[in-house]
Design a binder for this molecule. Structure first.
Ligand code: ADP
Ligand code: TYD
Length: 208
């Protein structure tokens, strides 16, 4: 390539897992590693990742557990995701940047589709209609739900609407992510999330 510039592999990578699993930390560490290797990386998150989607995020993560039904949540998460794709993800991929998203559509599949009632068909139908794209690779950071909740509580703040649904809910989520990885072994990889941050980052880089 002209000027000897490093060529990015144009990958779309997502991190998934239960609340407090360490996905944001691992998304950031992978972004740093890939940048050091010479790639342009856009690190982003859901819900959010674009101006409009960040506004929708506040409606979703703040307030009481009963604020929205699972059905309404599906619509709000998809509205946020559509804006995120249009404004952030597709433009980045178009210029050959690597995109790393802290959560993507698998969160809707597990949180709204499989865990808050059996809404999998509606989630998949809306995904096909309005979202279409999937990441090239998805890493599920897997930890014990009680540890995830303890970390979340230590972090504080008011973005705790999903954490407030309790330990039983987090256990169902963990099983939901494991089922998804079994269903899509070519795309979704489970990463052991126990141990130190750097140790887990090495596992992620090796899996990539
Ligand atoms: P998530 O995005 O899954 O909610 P974070 O990456 O924000 O998780 O981590 C939640 C909290 O746990 C943060 O305070 C973070 O510093 C801490 N943390 C992340 N990874 C580890 C780890 N491997 N060991 C101990 N604490 C961790
Ligand atoms: P996030 O900020 O990643 O929370 P945490 O750091 O606690 O993991 O995401 C906010 C919450 O939104 C989280 O509890 C998971 C939930 N969520 C869904 O229920 N469905 C979705 O499609 C997405 C993207 C997130």
């Amino acid at each position: 390539m002209a000027g000897g510039k490093a060529v990015s592999p144009r990958m779309f990578i997502s991190f998934e897992g239960i609340d407090g699993s360490g996905k944001s930390t691992q998304a950031r560490l992978l972004a740093e590693t890939l940048r050091e290797e010479g790639h342009e990386v856009v690190l982003t998150r859901e819900p959010g990742g674009s101006e409009g989607a960040e506004l929708i995020r506040r409606l979703l993560v703040e307030g009481g557990a009963e604020r929205w039904s699972a059905e309404t949540e599906i619509l709000l998460f998809n509205a946020a995701r559509r804006d995120h794709i249009e404004r952030t993800i597709l433009p980045a991929l178009a210029r050959n940047a690597t995109v790393i998203s802290d959560r993507f559509a698998d969160s809707t599949r597990v949180y709204q589709g499989a865990t808050r009632g059996d809404l999998t068909d509606k989630v998949e139908a809306l995904h096909r209609l309005m979202i279409e794209i999937e990441p090239d690779r998805t890493f599920v950071i897997d930890i014990d739900p009680s540890e995830g909740l303890a970390r979340g509580a230590a972090r504080g703040g008011n973005e705790d609407r999903f954490e407030s649904m309790g330990l039983g809910f987090q256990e169902k989520l963990r099983a939901g992510f494991a089922a998804l990885a079994a269903q899509h072994p070519e795309r979704v990889r489970m990463i052991d999330g126990t141990g130190g941050k750097a140790e887990i980052a090495v596992r992620v880089r090796a899996a990539l």
